[in-house]
Design a protein around this ligand. Structure first.
Ligand SMILES: Nc1ncnc2c1ncn2[C@@H]1O[C@H](COP(=O)(O)OP(=O)(O)O)[C@@H](O)[C@H]1O
Ligand SMILES: [Mg+2]
Length: 231
């Protein structure tokens, strides 16, 4: 469970202040599939990064499984990022010199797992996204959709509690985007908590909830399906 209370984020660039988040409060339950949408510049990525502990608020609190993140040490925060959360970005963010398998293995090793266990988990994650036959390919030897599926495998390798995704299909053609969305659908059906920024609502009819941001505030927060936790 993630609770956000009165979250504010103001970016200061020179003499310019940007109020990216003005006062955002929300609770996300385990197993929920939440879509965050809204116009460019509305604060979607900023909100996602704060919930994912990738940025620090100007004020307000974020609580993860009952623990306020501002009381965590940097070491604990790193641990949450590595163990509890998984991230998928618009541009895949794969390491170009590493194979698909190696890209997925790296964060598992960073968690302190043995190489043998990391490789087994990475192979399993790649199989779950339909890439069992591409483990040795470099990112440059994969299509955009395949690269995004490698990045999803990297994010789910250790079975994180929460999967964050920031416009994961923005760089993909329509058919490939649907393939990537079907991977998220399968994860959701297995009980994965997913928080995804996207503009393409029609691709995610299975989402439980749609939050619309506008100029740093929640504009609408709509339960579109009855959510029941299965995890
Ligand atoms: N690191 C930053 N420094 C200064 N301004 C930023 C930074 N990140 C985001 N912003 C600004 O904050 C606002 C919200 O940005 P963002 O959350 O990226 O919007 P969205 O993802 O909805 O398009 C925008 O006006 C953007 O320019
Ligand atoms: Mg964004």
């Amino acid at each position: 469970m993630i609770s956000v209370h009165n979250l504010k984020k103001t970016f200061v660039t020179g003499s310019v202040e940007t109020h990216a988040l003005r006062s955002v409060s929300l609770d996300i339950a385990d197993g929920e599939y939440v879509i965050i949408t809204g116009r460019s510049g509305a604060g979607k990525s900023t909100l996602l990064y704060h919930m994912g502990l990738l940025d620090e608020p100007t004020s307000g609190t974020i609580t993860i499984d009952g623990i306020r993140t501002d009381t965590m040490s940097e070491k604990e925060r790193t641990r949450v990022r590595l163990v509890t959360f998984g991230y998928v970005f618009q541009d895949y963010a794969l390491l170009p010199e590493l194979s698909a398998l190696e890209n997925v293995i790296v964060p598992l090793l960073m968690e302190g797992r043995s190489f043998t266990e990391s490789r087994a988990l990475a192979e399993d994650a790649l199989a779950r996204v339909g890439l069992a036959d591409k483990t040795c390919n470099l990112p440059s030897q994969l299509s955009g959709g395949q690269q995004q599926r490698v990045s999803i495998a990297r994010a789910i390798g250790n079975n994180p509690s929460v999967l964050f995704a920031d416009e994961p299909t923005a760089n993909l053609d329509s058919q490939t985007a649907d393939t990537v969305m079907s991977v998220f659908r399968t994860l959701h059906e297995a009980g994965q908590t997913i928080i995804m920024v996207t503009h393409e609502l029609s691709r995610v009819p299975e989402a439980d909830r749609i939050i619309t941001l506008s100029d740093g505030n929640i504009d609408t927060d709509t339960q579109v399906r009855t959510h029941t936790s299965r995890r």
